[in-house]
Design a protein around this ligand. Structure first.
Ligand code: SAM
Length: 479
């Protein structure tokens, strides 16, 4: 039986409920009255200083996804853009992945780090190598990382991960600092989540890969990741362990996207129902070629138009959840998705262990092919030229604005009062310390233009003071 409050995977991600939803969506895909009502429900509503958005249930959102009417698709895109600008403005948060170890005991059939792959060189960073990687990332201007590791209790035990996190936070090279470490490691125990919480991680990220249990078991034939329930219930354990911010994701291409979409939203509804706070972020990776992986062997790949509609509908259904798109996607696809609701992008990513210290991109050991291979400076300039504000902000979690505290500020739109100034201040740091002359020029003009739009004179004055302080060599101001 479907029960979003249940703690059992097969009850809160219920196969029959997904099938019922998809059938209902298919039946109603031309019901324009219903579809327009759903769109109306999802529109941002302004009350005084506050803007609210109702979001959508998995059933409502699935009807919109099923609808093929071109005019409705345009309405969906427009609504996603409106919600994006109401809650996120033009800000795009920047991060980079950092691979610690590619040792893995799992048999995931889509991932080149699966244990049967004997041709890929296995590597685990020593603390000295990690320091060099972090320095390389700091020297580009990164402030926020997502650490990645295969699952291997012998080579990558939790103690190793914790030691790495402590090392990363401790490195202060020139004006650099990593101020938020998000963690993407395999499902683990409440006790281990407590330990991750205690070393001060940002978001705990775990991709579901697929919500379809039978497919999940076939795609993960061996190793601890084979256990669907243990994997699917990981976010509940993470929250029990004190982690406020969790990040969901589906690896699109493994299963039918409509099934995954309904499952993903049911997972978000479950977290909200049980913990009072939905996912902090949702990632939308699509499967890519890699060492011994041929992405075309997976028959559920989605084209760019369907992908754009999916992203827009996630934005509409869970308006307060950050949406992440990685360098798996090309510049062109990323550009399109920015408008439709993406709020975080990675930049200058290397997806192999030790990749940031290599002169040339080490393609043979990458976890997947990187489509957007531009430098961080190029990514920042690109965003500025598109009128987006690249943000290196990490203030929320450092100020204790996590979980429901973050969500309640976000739900009223009041978070904008912090995000906009923090984005400008952290962009200024990047321009002072790391930008090329061209990027610096565009960025400085951009900051002045944004500053002139701020109506609150006190706020404008404080930001201007902070910007001056940064020019004088001081760092790390935040609202
Ligand atoms: N081992 C951890 C786990 O089990 O969740 C860490 C995750 S792994 C380093 C990061 C993510 O990369 C995976 O969750 C998967 O969705 C994605 N991934 C794996 N192989 C991929 C491929 N061939 N193309 C695109 N993404 C891939």
């Amino acid at each position: 039986m479907y029960n979003k409050k249940s703690l059992k995977a097969e009850e809160f991600i219920n196969h029959d409920e997904i099938l019922r939803t998809l059938e209902f969506a298919e039946k109603n895909k031309n019901n324009l009255d219903l579809i327009n009502q759903i769109l109306d429900k999802a529109r941002p509503v302004k009350k005084g200083n506050e803007t609210n958005c109702a979001g959508l249930t998995h059933e409502e959102a699935s009807i919109l996804l099923a609808c093929e009417d071109k005019e409705i698709t345009q309405k969906i895109f427009k609504l996603a853009e409106d919600i994006k600008s109401a809650f996120y403005g033009d800000r795009i948060v920047i991060f980079a992945p950092l691979y610690l170890s590619n040792y893995c005991v799992n048999g995931c059939v889509y991932c080149p780090y699966h244990y049967q792959n004997k041709q890929i060189p296995r590597k685990k960073l020593t603390q000295e190598e990690l320091i060099q990687e972090v320095i390389a990332l700091q020297d580009m201007g990164h402030k926020r990382l997502a650490i990645e590791a295969g699952e291997d209790p012998v080579n990558n035990p939790i103690e190793y991960i914790l030691e790495c996190i402590n090392t990363i936070y401790s490195i202060k090279h020139k004006n650099g600092a990593i101020r938020r470490v998000n963690v993407n490691i395999a499902a683990t125990t409440v006790e281990n989540y407590k330990k991750l919480h205690d070393v001060g991680i940002g978001t705990y990220i775990l991709f579901q890969e697929t919500y379809h249990k039978d497919s999940y078991e076939k795609l993960h034939p061996t190793g601890p990741k084979h256990n669907y329930a243990y994997h699917t219930e990981a976010m509940d354990r993470a929250m029990e362990g004190g982690i406020d911010d969790v990040g969901l994701g589906v690896l699109f291409g493994l299963e039918r996207y409509k099934y995954e979409f309904a499952g993903l939203l049911m997972h978000a509804e479950h977290l909200e129902a049980v913990h009072g706070v939905g996912p902090h972020t949702i990632s939308v990776p699509r499967i890519k070629n890699a060492d011994d992986i041929d992405a075309s062997q997976f028959d559920n790949g989605i084209d760019d138009d369907t992908f754009a509609k999916l992203v827009a509908l996630i934005r509409i259904a869970v308006p307060y959840t950050g949406l992440i798109v990685s360098t798996r996607e090309t510049q062109e696809v990323r550009e399109r998705l920015l408008k439709l609701g993406v709020s975080q992008v990675s930049g200058a990513s290397r997806t192999s262990v030790g990749g940031y210290c290599e002169e040339e991109r080490p393609v043979d050991t990458e976890q997947f092919d990187v489509s957007d291979q531009r430098s961080l400076d190029e990514v920042i300039r690109w965003l500025l030229e598109l009128g987006q504000i690249p943000s290196f902000c990490t203030a929320c979690y450092r100020e204790g604005r996590t979980g429901d505290r973050f969500m309640s500020l976000c739900k009223t739109g009041l978070i904008q009062n912090c995000c906009q100034p923090n984005a400008l201040i952290t962009l200024k740091e990047f321009l002072e310390d790391y930008a090329s002359d061209d990027t610096k020029k565009i960025g400085e003009e951009f900051i002045q233009k944004e500053l002139s739009k701020i109506k609150n004179e006190n706020l404008k004055e404080t930001i201007s003071k902070n910007l001056k302080e940064i020019e004088n060599g001081n760092r790390d101001f935040r609202f």
